[in-house]
Design a protein around this ligand. Structure first.
Ligand SMILES: [Zn+2]
Length: 446
């Protein structure tokens, strides 16, 4: 009987996520998300969903669950500033074959997978995710906090225009785009200021915390060369204006300097990717106090990441990927040289299980950054980026990305010190002993 109760509790604690008014974690070394060192042998008291105290001696309040941290390392929950939770299948499967409800279930599973790797917050940069965010926030399904962008805003022929060669333009022919694009919130293909405004406002109406605009060529789209510059200055300014009127910002997809400079001058606050940026563009990011979210792990991925089920990347695709990978080293060096704001974002999407590529980003960034710098990017620095959502930031009861009194109780405990060895973060199955988000425990192997 005793064993049965114990097993039951274990299941509740481990799989349902449990919430108690107060939880005391004793005997941990705390890294607070900003400092250069650990605060050794302290206790952390969590009340409801916030951190209430961090100190050497905390008296055990009544009816408190006590967790012995066993001298391990407690850090803020990780965040990923560039995910696409809903993109778990090929375009063809999503657009033509799978039922949208099945796609949603896979999206929920991707959200859970990210949480169980240690990501307690993600910024979703495109795709239908509003319902998943609501479900997570209401505690219906496990997942990270989500900053959603909603549908990609793309020009005709841009990086978000995923029509096949035989699919007509809605505007030019009256033909219908497939339901998975505009109707289900994958992409708004728009041209001209009024259409950009309408798409921007539509996303804001749905609950976008920032807008995602395609400002240049992409790898996964067939009709736009990487060097292409997308959207005019006026169109970009229209999106920025619509976002600013909601007190938020625009993030753009861009590799090349020309589109990056145009975007920054239009008021865009975050450049995602940016692998081909030059000194001029990086300096402008610095001048504008904007952000760059590049992907390091791409240079360390197998061909099958780009071309699922294959050992070779097809020529046409490789033509797009090659320059992007070659630019990676230069852009990271420039970012470091000019000490610009760098977010931690993986863009790790694809089949379920691909979420683990987001952890590869930690090890890949060691070519340019120390473990401490990378961990700051993935915690307190990303939180600064997310806070650009201003008055529509959905998570303002506490701080994110730090272990401080009053901060959200989003925290991880690792067996080992990730400030010394980043591999510890990259292998959660071995080292990650506790996951807490919003004061609830989702994993406890202590
Ligand atoms: Zn992306």
């Amino acid at each position: 009987m005793r064993i049965a109760i114990f097993t039951f509790l274990f299941l509740v604690l481990n799989f349902a996520g449990f919430s108690q008014n107060s939880i005391l974690i004793k005997n941990v070394n705390v890294w607070n998300g900003t400092s250069n060192q650990l605060n050794k042998n302290v206790s952390v008291l969590i009340k409801n969903n916030l951190i209430a105290a961090i100190s050497k001696n905390i008296a055990e309040p009544e009816e408190t669950i006590v967790i012995d941290g066993k001298g391990q390392t407690l850090i803020p929950g990780l965040s990923d500033a560039h995910v696409h939770l809903s993109a778990t299948m090929s375009d063809n499967e999503t657009r033509n074959e799978a039922h949208w409800m099945y796609t949603s279930i896979r999206t929920a599973k991707a959200a859970e997978n990210f949480l169980m790797l240690g990501f307690t917050t993600v910024r979703d940069l495109g795709g239908p995710v509003f319902g998943i965010k609501r479900g997570v926030d209401e505690g219906l399904i496990p997942g990270p906090r989500i900053y959603p962008s909603g549908a990609y805003i793309s020009q005709t022929s841009g990086h978000g225009d995923f029509r096949g060669a035989n699919e007509p333009s809605v505007a030019l022919s009256g033909g219908q785009m497939t339901a998975s694009d505009a109707a289900l919130g994958w992409a708004f293909v728009v041209d001209g200021v009024p259409e950009v405004l309408k798409a921007s406002r539509e996303n804001l109406r749905q609950g976008a915390t920032q807008l995602k605009v395609m400002a240049g060529g992409g790898i996964s789209s067939d009709f736009d060369p990487i060097h292409s510059v997308q959207f005019t200055t006026e169109e970009l300014e229209a999106a920025v204006q619509a976002a600013a009127d909601w007190d938020t910002y625009v993030a753009v997809h861009i590799y090349e300097p020309k589109g990056a400079i145009r975007s920054l001058n239009a008021g865009v606050k975050c450049l995602d990717h940016g692998h081909l940026l030059n000194e001029e563009a990086i300096k402008l990011i610095k001048e504008k106090d904007a952000w760059l979210v590049p992907q390091a792990f791409w240079t360390d991925t197998p061909a099958s990441f780009w071309a699922p089920g294959s050992d070779v990347i097809p020529d046409a695709l490789n033509k797009k990927i090659k320059p992007v990978l070659e630019g990676t080293d230069t852009v990271f060096k420039l970012a470091k040289k000019y000490a610009i704001n760098v977010g931690f974002g993986s863009d790790a999407y694809g089949d379920l299980g691909y979420e683990t590529y987001a952890l590869t980003e930690f090890t890949s960034r060691t070519k340019w950054y120390s473990p401490l710098e990378i961990l700051k990017q993935a915690t307190s620095e990303n939180a600064r980026l997310f806070s650009l959502s201003g008055k529509i930031n959905p998570y303002t009861k506490g701080k994110l990305g730090v272990i401080e009194v009053g901060a959200y109780a989003d925290l991880l405990i690792y067996d080992g010190n990730p400030l010394k060895n980043i591999e510890i973060v990259a292998h959660p199955e071995k080292y990650l002993k506790l996951i807490m988000k919003d004061g609830k425990v989702y994993k406890n192997k202590l």
